[in-house]
Ligand binder design. Sequence first.
Ligand SMILES: C[S@@+](CC[C@H](N)C(=O)[O-])C[C@H]1O[C@@H](n2cnc3c(N)ncnc32)[C@H](O)[C@@H]1O
Length: 283
Amino acid sequence: MTLPPSAGGAGPPLGTAPTAITDGEFNHIRELVKSITGINLSDQKKALVVGRLSTRLRHRKLGSFGEYYKLLQDAREGDELQMAIDLMTTNETSFFREPEHFNILGEHIRGLRPVPFPFRVWSAASSSGEEAYTLAMVLSEVLGSADWSVHGTDISTRVLERARRGLYPIERSAGIPQDLLRTHCLKGQGKHEGMFLISRKLRQRVTFSQANLIQPLPRLGPFDVAFLRNVLIYFEPPQKKLVVEAVAGQVKPGGLLIVGHSESLTGLSHGLTPLRPTVYRVP
Ligand SMILES: C[S@@+](CC[C@H](N)C(=O)[O-])C[C@H]1O[C@@H](n2cnc3c(N)ncnc32)[C@H](O)[C@@H]1O
């Protein structure tokens, strides 16, 4: 049965999802996302919200974003809320992204006399694991079989699942130097054709867990170095300051905190010692 186009108040045809969101609905969803993740969605992000959440509306057979917002507020819908958060996060990442930081890490470790073991590095906001495994490749080069490890955290459970698997499309290996690719990555075969797998030896050194940087963090440290890259851009200055303090609070005195190239901490009173742009020492 099809309703005539003039049928007032009717939702979209079944099987499709609304492509329009009212200002009120957008503001509700924006506030919800901000209160949970700290991510600040500008007015320009309306299309992004519609694009990313409409599959959920379709799946739940809902006719409007208002109905979806109501659903997300139901305490029994925790899984749906996590799915919405997963969809609202931007998880872009790559192996050896902003490669200078990995040289800095190597130099920092070579300058330590003695290296404090166990040596632990944190990839805070690790996304699907590329940053954490890059760190592990570097640590393996510099520290060999000594006692070192990497821990990755993210708010999104969807990317953490991918991170734990350590299986990536072959195109994503482009940033990995050939010698490291040969040592630490295995070419997928059979059903994994076109993919590569991080070697078990490296995966054993890398763990992942969920952590929300804007909520009180579990005790994860102490770490020798924390990478907090390409996540601060989503937060407003007061939130950014709290996150920097919380992450730095889990780094040992004298350890490093490294932020993304486009994420200046200028203007934030954070108490860290700037060593070079984007690289800070924890006092
Ligand atoms: C653009 S990725 C950055 C990944 C990696 N650090 C890099 O530089 O390539 C940003 C990540 O931050 C995560 N994120 C956003 N808000 C967060 C929060 N409040 N707590 C923890 N992670 C968060 C997202 O899920 C996403 O995976």
